[in-house]
Design a protein around this ligand. Structure first.
Ligand SMILES: Nc1nc2c(c(=O)[nH]1)N[C@H]1C(S)=C(S)[C@@H](COP(=O)(O)OP(=O)(O)OC[C@H]3O[C@@H](n4cnc5c(=O)[nH]c(N)nc54)[C@H](O)[C@@H]3O)O[C@H]1N2
Ligand SMILES: Nc1nc2c(c(=O)[nH]1)N[C@H]1C(S)=C(S)[C@@H](COP(=O)(O)OP(=O)(O)OC[C@H]3O[C@@H](n4cnc5c(=O)[nH]c(N)nc54)[C@H](O)[C@@H]3O)O[C@H]1N2
Ligand code: SF4
Ligand SMILES: [Mo]
Length: 748
């Protein structure tokens, strides 16, 4: 399947994809509550509203939770004053009430115990469960040192446990949102511009005149603000170029869809760089002023012509040239999106570098329609004694590997949790909060060995997710709609702060994470670090330092502030200094060369699927977030399971019918636990299959999610680790179809 002909042929199917966006808009582009309830805003007497920001994903849109007189959360709607969502939530945010209503929620603390030789859980009081945790933590600290405890986190609860572990004496704090998500991007952009991209991305999509998406499927990747801005850009006539082996929702909205052969993106990027340089299309003023290493780059890409790239990527040379010209025409308002989940093929820092270099040649960093300079509001930290200095930390668990990792790498923390001879730094206990490691982490064998070896595993979660099955103690957190949390102060075009407060009391015996961390801290003798009664006191103190108050934020939910750190873009006539050692953009990276890596990205071929196998690629669906929503009754109603996308040619070869259930087997002989429905579609290349991540739960307490579809992580047994920062490339796995239940065969 290659470029132009398919583009035209398949764009006729674009309606299907457009319909996806339209239906998303119907659920998502939150009509005001008044409209939804058939009321005007003045006459909503029976509702009380409470400010919150969403925890269904990490865009953190601010909204209002409307509660009836009888204490039911009726609806969550976007806060119109919030610059991150502009008053509109996505379908998942609207469906966030389902996290609160889910009948399968964790309800009481649980402690593992052995009954007649069989391990099981028993319910425990909070005091008993917390006593258990703190006693075990004391024992670990005295036997091995406090550094032997690690935290895995994602989401709001992370901060409280980070504070707890820092006070206890450990700096081993990690999250899959780095080495399984955006780490390579941050390393690649930092090596080029001296700054990471961060979250939310400082992409000026709304003013871009050309937007290039490389496997970034905005539309299914429902990061709210980006979708709204992309829709504005399209309305203003922006040219969208989407590079994806699959006709994603974004591809269906694009002028150019480049259905690239997976794993070859670096070749396309380098040939774009070739065209910009050799056709004199690059932004000369900008490059002369700001970049160094241009001559080396020019020499490096000399032979990386579109004709060369065609042979690698299957994208025709005239399309490569035409799209490069579109970018140049729009420059500097031409934005090559840095992507977000970028751990694909193990050379992901280099791919991100190529994207960064392309942006540098277009001159988009610090320009309208490119990347803006974001600004956040720095809230003062609530006073506490200084933290003790740990004797060693996550850096030591890397054993000299991954020199450009600026944050801790989950995989090395997991590896350090397997006690082996000769290992100097061993981790003995974990707190896991807000991350479902068995589904988020590839390298299953390594994870399982660690989970077996640890002396303590504490899981703080709202749901009985797979990870809770490995815990010694399960601590049930209340949902985001039932608690205070830190103020949201994420940076963007203008600084803003948003409050989350309880809309209702915590259900069952659940507690907020700040309370859980404080109780453990007090039992560990660390009360001085938790010198407040209620988190409200912390928030009110912080707000009063900056001229606001909890009372004000309870009324308004979101406060927008003025920028104080300079303009959004590089002002005309001013010379900008980049945060690199020389103050210039690094087209040729000395930092990488010194560390023994390619100073300029090089394309290296990756293994191809064996005969009868197809590359497994995965992504998002608009109505789910990873595995965290898989049991949410509201969202399960919108999408109960995933399907496997198969090209019609392949379906015909295999005699597959639409909606037929198949089992999947990968290149290492791993067979999926459950079956998955076939979706036959022209929207996927013949050499790949696609599925949405987060399904195929095998944990029975998840009644809505159990056994629905296939878990992509289970099929990912080949992991290509990026030598530069440790990201786990997960797209080098190949699957084939099994049409009859393989377990039945095994039994007979
Ligand atoms: N195979 C495969 N692996 C992937 C990905 C992929 O696409 N495919 N994506 C990767 C990416 S981009 C990322 S960012 C990571 C994400 O990986 P994770 O961070 O593990 O994300 P979730 O699956 O959302 O898991 C969140 C966990 O948090 C719990 N939770 C939800 N709300 C709360 C709360 O308020 N408090 C507490 N304490 N817990 C809560 C949920 O019940 C769930 O157990 O996964 C990575 N791993
Ligand atoms: N609805 C929803 N939105 C989300 C999330 C969610 O769980 N649900 N999670 C959020 C998070 S944490 C993240 S990190 C982002 C992730 O979202 P993104 O960063 O946008 O996407 P990825 O998951 O990296 O990429 C998925 C796309 O890459 C394509 N692809 C696969 N292989 C290749 C290849 O070799 N080359 C190219 N060019 N494309 C390829 C797939 O077909 C798919 O369209 O989404 C965020 N938004
Ligand atoms: S994008 Fe959707 S799920 Fe994510 S925070 Fe916003 S409303 Fe919530
Ligand atoms: Mo992510």
């Amino acid at each position: 399947m290659s470029s132009r002909r398919d583009f035209i042929k398949i764009s006729a199917l674009g309606f299907g994809a457009t319909a996806v966006l339209a239906s998303v808009a119907k659920f998502g582009v939150g009509s005001p509550i008044e409209e939804m309830l058939g009321l005007s805003s003045e006459n909503l007497p029976s509702f009380r509203r409470f400010p919150t920001y969403c925890e269904v994903c990490f865009w953190k849109c601010a909204g209002w939770a409307y509660v009836t007189e009888t204490g039911n959360i009726q609806k969550i709607i976007g806060n119109p004053d919030d610059p991150q969502c502009n008053g509109r939530l996505c379908p998942r945010g609207t469906g966030g009430v389902g996290m609160y209503n889910d009948k399968d929620r964790l309800k009481k603390p649980l402690i593992r115990f052995t009954n007649n030789g069989e391990q099981t859980y028993r319910e425990a009081s909070w005091d008993e469960a917390l006593e258990f945790v703190s006693n075990k933590m004391k024992e670990i600290a005295s036997k091995y040192g406090p550094e032997s405890m690690a935290l895995f986190n994602h989401g709001s609860s992370g901060h409280y446990f980070t504070h707890l572990l820092n006070a206890y004496g450990s700096g081993n704090i990690t999250a899959p949102s780095y080495a399984q998500c955006r780490g390579p991007r941050e390393a690649g952009f930092e090596a080029t511009f001296g700054d990471a991209v961060g979250s939310p991305e400082a992409t000026d999509i709304r003013d871009a005149r050309c937007l290039v998406l490389i496997g970034s499927h905005i539309g299914e990747n429902m990061h709210n603000g980006q979708i709204q801005e992309m829709s504005d850009a399209i309305d203003k006539g922006a040219v969208i170029i989407t590079v994806d082996p699959r006709l994603s929702t974004a591809a269906s909205k694009s002028k150019y869809w480049l259905p690239i052969k997976p794993a070859t993106d670096i070749a396309l990027l380098m040939s774009w760089i070739h065209v910009l340089i050799y056709e004199n299309l690059y932004n000369k003023d900008y490059v002369e002023k700001y970049a160094e290493g241009f001559n080396e780059l020019k020499e490096h890409v000399k032979n990386m012509t579109p004709e060369w790239a065609y042979g690698v990527t299957t994208i025709e040379p005239d399309i490569i040239r035409a799209t490069a010209r579109e970018m140049a025409d729009a420059a500097p308002s031409a934005l090559v999106h840095p992507g977000r989940h970028v751990t694909w093929y193990g050379d992901d820092v280099q791919r991100s570098r190529a994207i960064a270099i392309l942006n540098a040649l277009l001159g988009s960093w610090g320009q309208r329609g490119g990347f803006f300079f974001k600004e956040g509001f720095k809230l003062p930290e609530y006073p506490h004694p200084p933290y003790p200095s740990p004797n060693w930390s996550w850096k030591e668990t890397m054993n000299g590997q991954f020199p450009l990792a600026k944050m801790s790498v989950t995989n090395t923390i997991i590896d350090a949790s397997i006690p082996e001879k000769g290992k100097e730094h061993i981790i003995r206990g974990w707190i896991v909060s807000g991350t479902n490691l068995p589904i988020a982490m590839p390298l299953k064998a390594q994870l399982m060995r660690a989970l077996q070896a640890l002396e303590l595993i504490v899981v703080v979660d709202t749901m009985p997710m797979e990870i809770t099955g490995f815990a010694d103690v399960v601590l049930p957190e209340c949902t985001y709609l039932e608690r205070y949390d830190d103020l949201r102060d994420s940076p963007h075009r203008e600084p803003s702060i948003a409050l989350r407060m309880p809309a209702v009391e915590p259900s069952y015996e659940t507690k907020p994470a700040w309370w859980i961390a404080k109780q453990i801290g007090e039992k560990l003798g660390l009360s001085a670090y938790f010198d407040y009664k209620d988190y409200k006191d912390v928030l009110d103190w912080q707000l009063k330092q900056v001229g606001s108050s909890l009372e004000e934020m309870q009324r308004i939910g979101v406060k927008r502030l003025k920028r104080t750190k300079g303009p959004l873009y590089i002002p005309e006539g001013e010379v900008h200094k980049f945060n690199t050692p020389s103050g210039k953009i690094q087209l040729h990276s000395k930092e990488l060369a010194d560390a023994g890596f390619d100073a300029i990205p090089v394309y290296t071929p990756h293994p191809e699927p064996p005969e009868g196998f197809y590359r497994l690629i995965y992504g998002r669906a608009p109505m789910h977030t990873f595995s965290r929503t898989a049991n949410n009754p509201n969202l399960v109603a919108l999408m109960p399971e995933n399907s496997v996308w198969v090209n019609p040619t392949i379906a015909k070869q295999w005699g597959l019918k639409s909606d037929q259930k198949v089992w999947l087997k990968n290149q290492d002989g791993v067979i999926s636990t459950f079956s998955i429905k076939v979706r036959i579609t022209e929207r996927i290349r013949w050499d790949s299959v696609y599925m949405v991540h987060g399904f195929g739960h095998h944990y029975k307490p998840l009644k809505n999610a159990y056994g629905r579809g296939v878990n992509d992580t289970e099929m990912i047994t080949n992991v290509m680790v990026d030598p530069i920062m440790g990201g786990t490339g997960m797209r080098g796995n190949f699957i084939t179809f099994i049409k009859e239940d393989p377990r039945k065969e095994m039994q007979s």
